[in-house]
Design a protein around this ligand. Structure first.
Ligand SMILES: [Zn+2]
Length: 226
């Protein structure tokens, strides 16, 4: 069974989706940037083929090759902008195993888990939309069908009250979506907001805490109303 990159069976918050990016020059985002958690988990059992600095764009990267349970092909799952790395090249990992911690090394505007799904053929690779890729593979534990398995309640789909990240907090003018946590004290942030927060810290001559993926009420006060 496949897991989402935070180890769960419901999708994490998407800060930046796969596909063409709006803005100045045309660019294509070959992965999905997930936010709202700290530990990066392996989505499938596999072998680590890279763990360390990759380049100035990707920063620290962790790459795991696995057997795709749907197609049987080898799928390469890349994680970019990684903070701390907890695995070594050549190491075998289990599904759900911690690979490292979320960071924003390389060219990232804020802490995020850039997840890229690659399939290699003839010396080149193609990418798939991670949102669709995960949706086709991740199944709640109770639907696995194993007779001896303990009964686990089916996780509720997003946007129900019990999902701690489900409630849409606001819709800023930049089109990004912001979520409030259930306790109301912290919530995930978008890359755009992170840029604003970092600028506010810099203007105040303060150091930005490293690898934060949630903001506090004090941080929210630094974001101008959308
Ligand atoms: Zn990305």
């Amino acid at each position: 069974m496949t897991r989402y990159p935070h180890g769960g069976t419901t999708a994490p918050i998407v800060a930046s989706p796969y596909g063409p990016r709006r803005g100045g020059a045309f660019s294509f985002h070959y992965g999905t940037d997930f936010v709202g958690y700290d530990e990066l988990k392996s989505v499938l059992p596999g072998t680590v083929t890279h763990a360390g600095w990759l380049n100035s764009a990707a920063g620290n990267a962790i790459v795991v090759d696995s057997r795709d349970p749907l197609s049987g092909r080898t799928v390469t799952v890349c994680r970019f902008h990684v903070g701390a790395i907890a695995v070594r090249k050549g190491q075998t990992v289990l599904e759900g195993q911690t690979l490292g911690r979320m960071g924003f090394t390389g060219n990232a505007t804020g802490p995020c888990d850039h997840v890229e799904i690659r399939y290699w053929a003839g010396g080149a690779y193609t990418t798939e939309n991670p949102t669709e890729w995960f949706a086709a593979r991740v199944r709640p534990p109770s639907s696995a069908g194993g007779g001896a398995q303990p009964v686990v309640p089916t996780p509720k789909p997003p946007e129900q009250e019990d999902d701690p990240m489900a409630r849409i907090f606001t819709k800023p003018k930049d089109g990004s979506t912001v979520y409030e946590l259930k306790d109301g004290r912290k919530r995930g942030i978008t890359n755009v907001e992170w840029t604003v927060i970092k600028a506010a810290y810099a203007a105040a001559g303060e150091k930005v805490p490293y690898a934060r993926n949630v903001v506090t009420a004090a941080d929210l006060a630094r974001i101008p109303d959308a």
